[in-house]
Every structure is written in C-alpha cells, then in structure tokens.
Design a protein around this ligand. Structure first.
Ligand code: ADP
Length: 240
C-alpha cells in the first residue's frame, strides 16, 4: 500500500526566460489524494502536465507507476486519467459523444453506463457539453478522465468557478473514486477543500516545492497554532 505511483526527481521546465518549474522532487503514494496549491503562475499546471506526460521537463526524471515516463509514456498514458482546465476541445459535442470518443482512445475501458450512473449524467447525455452548467461540465470532464479506469486521476482546478453546492457534489463524486483506492492529484485555490479532502498538500512557490505535508501538520507547524489553512498558504505560497 506504501508504493510510490509518482516519483518526480529534480524536475525543471522553462518557457523562454520564465522558469515555470525549478527543481521539484516529490513522491506520491498509491491511494493518496494530493492537493497542489500555490499562487497563479507558481507552476502548478506545468508540474501536473509534466506528471501527465503532456510536457517534457528540461531536466529531471519522472516515474509513473514504477516506469520512466520518457521511456514508457504511451503505456503510462493508458493507465492515467486527465481532467484539464479547458473544456474548449470537446465543448462542441454532446456528452455521450465525448464519452464514446474518449473511450476510443484507450485499450481498456470502464463500463460507461456505470460511470454515467455514478456521476448522474444520464439526463445530460444528449446535451452539448458547452450548454451545461459549470458543475455538470466538470462532472462530464471527470467522467472523461475515468473512461479507461485509470490508476491515477489528475484534476487541474476541478472546482474553480463552481458554486458551493456544485463543489460539494463534485467532491462527493471524486471521493467515490478515492474509496476505490485510486490515486488523485489535483490543484486547487480553495483552502477549505485542500484541508478537508487531501491527505497531503504540496505548496509550490515560484516553481519550487516549499512545503509538502498533511494539512493538519502544516497548520500545526505555524508559529501561531490558532492558524488556518489560509495562514499556511499566506506563510508559504505568497511573497510577503
Ligand atoms: P499555475 O498553474 O501555478 O498558475 P503555470 O504552470 O500555469 O502556473 O505557469 C507557470 C509559469 O509559466 C507562469 O509564469 C506562466 O506564465 C508560464 N507559462 C505556463 N505555460 C506557458 C507556456 N505555454 N508558454 C509560456 N509561458 C508559460
């Protein structure tokens, strides 16, 4: 149960003069829910995209499910699920079409009717993704990340812009898959979510991992022990 499903070792990634990721090393264990927090531009998405194999690091190594991503990328992609921030790629198709299309990308498929039932998508199958509310769009994109029954699920700011009820409902969905022992890695700007749902929180600042621990340990490590997760964020993630 303690095996690492992700191992980042000294990852570096620059875009021109901008060092988006500046030497991040991090291990994620099987079954863990890891939250990545940090200011806009800190390097969260780039770090996630490197773990997903969507971007190649300039330096450092990435192991996913025990295999080197630079060697076994195609094999690894079959075993991970990806929910990206932008939905523009598939918002011109219907929910059902998107599910079928994404299923066709993978050798292994999870039973679509089971995913649809679990996420409550049945009434929306014949609707265009772009016409759905934010909460249902996010549920659709979570469903798309699940079609290959992945071992690891990556979610880039899954609840951004959702109202509190939609956020709670999406977390109820995510937690069902956590209950199956899936590893879940997500970025979020909501400190309440990070504290409540994540086993560990990685804090990224200017491309560096400045803290990574269980939420209660991060809170307890504050000088002011009455602190909150917001205080943890302000202490670690922000230039004061
Ligand atoms: P976050 O997800 O924490 O907001 P990002 O990883 O998106 O951070 O971005 C980190 C830095 O890299 C930012 O300065 C951003 O402007 C820059 N960046 C990200 N993607 C690109 C890109 N494709 N081209 C150029 N710069 C980029």
């Amino acid at each position: 149960m303690n095996q690492n499903v992700i191992e980042l070792n000294g990852i570096v990634k620059s875009y021109g003069n901008v060092k988006a990721v500046d030497g991040i090393s991090l291990q994620v264990k099987k079954g863990e829910v890891l939250g990545i927090i940090g200011a806009n531009g800190a390097g969260k998405s780039t770090t996630l995209e490197i773990m997903m194999g969507l971007r190649k690091p300039d330096a450092g190594s990435v192991k996913v499910l025990g295999k080197d991503l630079s060697v076994s990328g195609d094999e690894i992609k079959q075993q991970i699920g990806i929910q990206l921030q932008q939905t523009a790629l598939y918002d011109r198709i219907k929910v059902k079409e998107a599910l079928k299309l994404f299923s066709s990308y993978y050798e292994k498929n999870r039973d679509l009717s089971e995913i649809i039932a679990t996420l409550g998508l049945k009434p929306y199958l014949n609707k265009y993704v772009k016409n759905l509310s934010g909460g249902w769009q996010q549920r659709t994109s979570l469903a798309l990340a699940l079609v290959n029954d992945p071992e690891i699920i990556f979610l880039d700011e899954p609840t951004t812009g959702l109202d509190p009820q939609a956020r709670l409902e999406l977390w109820a969905c995510i937690n069902q898959y956590r209950g199956e022992g899936k590893t879940i890695i997500l970025s979020t700007h909501y400190m309440d979510e990070a504290q409540r749902y994540c086993d560990r929180i990685a804090i990224i600042k200017k491309g560096k991992l400045v803290a990574c621990d269980a939420p209660n340990r991060l809170v307890e490590s504050l000088v002011n022990t009455q602190g909150t997760m917001e205080d943890v964020y302000l202490q670690h993630a922000v230039e004061m």
